[in-house]
Design a protein around this ligand. Structure first.
Ligand code: ZN
Length: 373
């Protein structure tokens, strides 16, 4: 941003609440033989004092991430979400639906058309769905207004997001990444919706990413009901987590060093003990963590990822190559460090050989002193 202004309300005042220094673009996975160094850009979260939206401060132009394979946990959550939305009466029968998707994939459209909705043409739709899409827009006000404008007069806007209260409460500092411009609390999103003439009606929570919310909003107007108990409960969670209070982010900033040190120390101890550790999940949050912890291929020889698009590449900012699942058992690891905890059930089922050979899966979020009470 040339002149500092909130991406949602345009307000000039706010606080820098999380600073990860200069980081490589986590979307840019160089070829394994490319020695680097990779370009780095400031990676900082800023909290607007007016509307409370937590957002990416600087905005380097970065290439698209190779599209990953869709985790089973994400597919299962989508099916669960559609089921719950339908049960609550928010899927208009035979209505038109338009989806604003995430560049990382994960469309709900097939499930919705299976339930009798039809894809809308360019005009208004009875249901506008945004599943982790809105966060990718640099201009938040414009992006939300565009979606809101397409909602039919009695239509519904569904927005799914990784809750800021989860990021603060679970110390998920490495949720911050280039390309993700906004980190929503229900509180801030309610203010954004109000500016677009909308109000939240109800919401559903999911365990995905430690705490994900799907919010249903409709146009404000005479006789329309306000936010229900589910929304009120999320707003109360926000107040407890302190989503609008810059001081509430201090733990997140402290945890950057703690988490990085725990990871580095654990990998060094494993190496000293003669044990082989490989990583699993070449996700953006792994990029930030490996860079902060100054981990190289001496400590972690490879990161396994199921996405064919990422194979033959290396982790940005490090010399650690990314390889396909065949390397997982080929390396005969003593431990597999999992960078994406949501994948645990899926990878244990997909790669039974790992545990059969005596190796263990280790959740990187639960290493050392970082373990949460
Ligand atoms: Zn703002």
């Amino acid at each position: 941003m040339d002149e500092l202004a909130c991406r949602a309300c345009g307000g000039p005042a706010g606080h820098l609440v999380l600073d990860l220094g200069r980081q490589p673009a986590c979307d840019y996975f160089p070829r394994a033989e490319d020695q680097g160094p990779d370009p780095v850009y400031p990676l900082q979260m800023w909290l607007c004092s007016s509307c409370g939206l937590a957002q990416l401060l600087t905005d380097p132009t970065v290439p698209e991430e190779p599209r990953g394979t869709e985790p089973a946990a994400l597919v299962a959550q989508a099916a669960d979400a559609v089921e719950r939305v339908a049960a609550a009466g928010y899927l208009p029968e035979h209505g038109a639906v338009a989806e604003y998707g995430s560049p990382h994939g994960g469309s709900w459209l097939g499930m919705l058309t299976d339930r009798g909705l039809r894809p809308a043409d360019d005009g208004p739709a009875d249901l506008i769905l945004d599943c982790f899409g809105l966060m990718h827009a640099a201009d938040q006000r414009h992006a939300l207004a565009e979606r809101a404008a397409r909602v039919a007069p009695d239509g519904v806007l569904l927005l799914q997001y990784h809750a800021l209260s989860t990021i603060i409460g679970n110390r998920q500092w490495n949720a911050l990444r280039h390309g993700h411009y906004a980190y929503y609390s229900t509180t801030a999103l309610t203010a954004m919706l109000r500016a677009a003439g909308f109000s939240p009606r109800t919401a559903w929570r999911f365990d995905l990413y430690g705490g994900t919310v799907l919010l249903a909003a409709q146009r404000e107007g005479e006789g329309r009901p306000g936010p229900d108990e589910a929304v009120q409960s999320l707003l109360a969670d926000d107040a407890r987590a302190g989503v609008s209070d810059p001081d509430a982010f201090a733990g997140l900033q402290r945890d950057v060093r703690t988490h990085a040190k725990d990871l580095h120390d654990w990998l060094a101890a494993e190496r000293s003990a003669g044990r082989t550790v490989v990583g699993y999940g070449a996700a953006s949050r792994a990029v930030a963590l490996l860079c902060q912890a100054d981990v190289d291929r001496e400590l972690l020889p490879v990161v396994i990822d199921a996405s064919p698009a990422k194979q033959g590449l290396r982790m940005p900012g490090t010399d650690i190559p990314v390889a396909g699942p065949a390397e997982l058992t080929g390396r005969r690891p003593d431990a597999v460090l999992l960078f994406v905890p949501d994948l645990l059930a899926e990878v244990r089922a997909a790669f039974p050989d790992v545990e059969a050979a005596g190796a263990k899966w280790v959740d990187v979020e639960a290493l050392g002193s970082r373990r949460l009470e």
